[in-house]
Design a protein around this ligand. Structure first.
Ligand code: PLP
Length: 375
């Protein structure tokens, strides 16, 4: 069958490409996949739910208890009730459903660059046009001047992501204020991807949850509870937007996975101490990888303040794809900055969701690979 032009126009994700080059013993710092164990309560809760015959179709917007639990946790940032929450089959699906529900053909959507790989393709699949706005070098804030230049009469949405994949940067209060001012002036909507909200090591998480009149916020359990395979996330939005999204979700999947919703629900009551432990582990890894990377001639980075990615820049006249390919051939999987958009070039991304022994082994390989390029 002929592939639709919409799908055909979209390249395969650059994150996964490197995997094809990898040998079986490669060190994987390519994927944002936590190696930590999920909270035991989550596993027990899912197990018990399956045993208790909760294996059938369920409510389209998710089980009410979990919607309420997400609302209660989100209330740290704004006024959020169960009616403002829809549980989704992953953060990725949440973003897809938002694009399908609110983008008209021809609408322009501003997406961060470097930025997570799905925002542009989701826009295109909804018939829209994505335009990349620059993040500032160093502290990786959305460049407000660049955003202002990109605005046209067709702009409908601005996507933001904090803490950021791939940069580890956090949006500051001043940037949030400026973004909301633009959104108000131009009657735009902000889609705020906050799936890394639990992982902030310095400073504060600045959320858009207090502005659901102008923003739709995406969250996820994949990273929060180290359950990437369970495929569960959520959307917080104005009640009328949740209604529209629920209609969309019905046609996408009828409802999110039932047993894993009960599992995640059980873990919500113990999540803060679990997250405190996770943060301490990631922070130690972050400090290690920052020190190791800055110890390699030609690579530079500041300690990322959130998420679990290191995104150093380099000062050599080669593409990030060339370096990542050479690294993969040498046994280290990382991601070229160019996979995250045009402003990602000149960087490499390393996930430190992997353990310290892997980080050390990966950095030993990286040091050799960079040394070869600098000869
Ligand atoms: C910024 C960002 N948003 C959303 C997601 C989607 O996560 P999931 O679909 O596992 O919930 C990811 C996954 O890597 C991500 O990095």
């Amino acid at each position: 069958m002929k592939i639709s032009k919409r799908l055909d126009s979209i390249p395969m994700s650059g994150i996964r490409k490197m995997f094809d080059l990898a040998g079986p013993d490669s060190v994987h710092l390519g994927l944002g996949e936590p190696d930590l164990d999920p909270p035991p309560e989550a596993i027990e809760g899912m197990h018990q739910a399956a045993l208790a015959h909760k294996n059938k179709y369920g409510p389209t917007a998710g089980i009410p208890e979990l919607r309420e639990a997400v609302a209660a946790r989100s209330s740290a940032y704004g006024e959020v009730g169960g009616g403002n929450v829809m549980i989704t089959p992953s953060g990725s699906t949440a973003l897809f459903e938002i694009a399908q529900s609110f983008i008209e053909p021809g609408d322009e959507v501003l997406v961060p660059s470097p930025g997570f790989v799905v925002y542009g393709p989701h826009t295109a699949l909804a018939g829209g046009v994505s335009k990349e706005y620059r993040l500032t070098e160093g502290d990786f804030q959305p460049d407000i001047g660049d955003i202002l230049e990109l605005l046209t009469a067709k702009t409908r949405m601005i996507v933001v992501n904090s803490p950021s994949n791939p940069t580890g940067g956090l949006i500051g209060r001043e940037t949030k204020r400026a973004l909301l001012e633009i959104a108000e002036d131009r009657d735009l909507h902000i889609v705020s991807d906050e799936v890394y909200e639990p992982f902030v090591y310095e400073g504060e998480h600045v959320s858009f949850l207090d502005r659901l009149d102008r923003a739709t916020v995406v969250g996820g359990f994949s990273k929060m509870m180290a359950v990437t395979g369970w495929r569960l996330g959520y959307i917080c939005a104005a009640a009328e937007n949740i209604e529209a999204l629920t209609k969309m979700q019905y046609h996408v999947c009828a409802n999110p996975h039932m047993p894993s919703q009960y599992g995640v629900l059980e873990a919500m009551s113990v999540i803060e101490p679990y997250l405190e432990r996770s943060r301490a582990i990631y922070k130690a890894r972050r400090d290690l990888i920052t020190e190791r990377i800055n110890g390699i001639d030609g690579l530079h980075m500041s300690p990322p303040r959130g998420a679990f990615y290191a995104f150093p820049s380099y000062d050599m006249d080669v593409t990030s794809a060339e370096i990542a390919t050479e690294a993969a051939r040498s046994g280290l999987i990382c991601t070229p900055g160019s996979a995250f958009g045009r402003y990602g070039e000149g960087h490499l991304r390393f996930s430190y969701a992997a353990g310290e022994d892997k980080i050390n082994a990966g950095m030993d390989i990286l040091s050799e690979v960079i040394g070869r390029f600098r000869k």
